[in-house]
Ligand binder design. Structure first.
Ligand SMILES: [Zn+2]
Length: 214
């Protein structure tokens, strides 16, 4: 029940009249909105496809950076991502996750290995949304588990990956538009230079350093 209520609230699928029912308890929803515990995403929705590239050598560093391929997020972030996932599933797609919460130790290694400035936050500067459990790297897959064509691979460090770059086939632009519009409708915002990255903007969180492989 908790998750359903939060979903309805977070994605705005019901009018405010829904919450005027006699059983509405504002303090109850308020408590949910403050639930910032870190959760493993797959335990809440098993339909996500998890492909944590930094837990393999199949990433731009060529190194294994995580000890396990788990995706953790703040619970409120995870619940809105699940709401977005439901919308994508209604259209025949599922979300594939490349990365979620990222410990500071991994951020240092990534930052040092990044060939271009602006693609990975400095570990002590900037918003560092992955370190807050409030950002996700993702794409969409079709019913055959094939990734939709987004124009570039994940972690492509060039202008073709920018969300403002439009010199791309119409289908690629349509795929990116779908990704962005559904995510925005559920509280996430895109950034300018990575089509795969979305920040959660409804709530702010502290930077934490927490084990992912428990
Ligand atoms: Zn990212």
């Amino acid at each position: 029940m908790k998750s359903i209520l939060f979903y309805l609230l977070s994605c705005g699928l019901f009018s405010s009249n829904f919450f005027l029912a006699p059983t509405f308890q504002p303090q109850y929803l308020g408590a949910l909105a403050q639930d910032t515990t870190m959760v493993e995403l797959i335990t809440l929705d098993k339909d996500f496809v998890i492909d944590v590239r930094y837990a393999t050598k199949n990433n731009f560093t060529g190194q294994v950076l995580y000890d396990c391929d788990k995706v953790w997020l703040r619970k409120v972030v995870a619940m809105d991502l699940i709401a977005a996932h439901r919308k994508f599933k209604e259209k025949g797609y599922r979300i594939k996750i490349y990365d979620g919460y990222r410990p500071i130790s991994v951020q240092w290694r990534l930052w040092k290995a990044t060939p271009k400035k602006g693609y990975v936050s400095h570990p002590t500067k900037g918003m560092r949304m992955h370190n807050r459990g409030a950002a996700v790297d993702m794409t969409l897959i079709d019913p055959n588990s094939k990734e939709l064509d987004m124009g570039t691979p994940y972690d492509f460090f060039g202008k073709e990956a920018h969300t403002t770059y439009t010199n791309l086939p119409a289908q690629v632009l349509a795929n990116r538009k779908l990704l962005k519009e559904v995510m925005q409708s559920c509280g996430f915002v895109a950034i300018s230079n990575e089509w795969w990255h979305f920040d959660y903007k409804k709530q702010k969180f502290n930077i934490v350093d927490t084990p992912m492989c428990k």
